[in-house]
Design a binder for this molecule. Structure first.
Ligand SMILES: C[S@@+](CC[C@H](N)C(=O)[O-])C[C@H]1O[C@@H](n2cnc3c(N)ncnc32)[C@H](O)[C@@H]1O
Length: 182
């Protein structure tokens, strides 16, 4: 498929690049679907760190990944991503965990704080994937904050791409891709 219609097809397209042995971060662990993809992308010689603030997500994933040795899960907000020194790949799948409490969701302030730290600390040629949804409380403010921040990134230092499903109805997600230049 050349033209995509699902956000995860864009994620998969990015992860099809060679990240073997690299360090990846899942900034919004949830049920661990993205973490699973990151683990596959970095391989057994790589490392994945994951953040979530919600017990349900943490408990679920601790069980799901109990036999995985190269994953470390932090029960803290991704705004503290600077507990890590550097990494090569970060994914933010923003919003709330489907089927869970919609009040536990990412928000403009902590997301932008996290993005600002991550763009500073990510290694050269590192990639950030940000998936943004609309339609829930705070989503518009969060997207505005994310876009304002990404727009402010110096084009000499970062490439930023915005991918949207242009003819889809019902608030399709937008995927932003950021690459730190060498
Ligand atoms: C859309 S879900 C993520 C889906 C997940 N990546 C997956 O594969 O299932 C968003 C997640 O972000 C978490 N979250 C909300 N605020 C957060 C924050 N400040 N830091 C880290 N995670 C947060 C929520 O608890 C929720 O699990």
């Amino acid at each position: 498929m050349i033209v995509k219609e699902k956000y995860y097809e864009i994620v998969d397209e990015v992860l099809a690049n060679d990240f073997k042995g690299k360090i990846a971060v899942d900034a919004t662990l949830g049920k661990g679907n993205d973490t699973e993809k990151l683990l596959k992308a970095v391989g057994e010689n790589g490392k994945v760190y994951a953040f979530d603030i919600q017990d349900e997500a943490i408990d679920f994933c601790q069980e799901k990944f109990k036999d995985v040795n190269n994953l470390e899960i932090f029960k803290t907000s991704h705004e503290y991503i600077d507990i890590l020194e550097s990494y090569d790949l970060v994914i933010y799948n923003l919003g709330y965990l489907p089927g869970s409490d919609k009040k536990i969701r990412t928000n403009a302030m902590s997301t932008v704080i996290s993005l600002s730290k991550a763009t500073k600390d990510i290694n050269p040629c590192g990639i950030l994937i940000i998936v943004s949804y609309m339609g829930h409380e705070g989503s518009e403010e969060e997207r505005t904050g994310v876009e304002r921040f990404l727009k402010s990134l110096d084009q000499k230092l970062f490439k930023v791409e915005k991918r949207e499903f242009f003819n889809e109805i019902n608030n399709p997600p937008i995927v932003y891709l950021v690459e730190k230049k060498l």
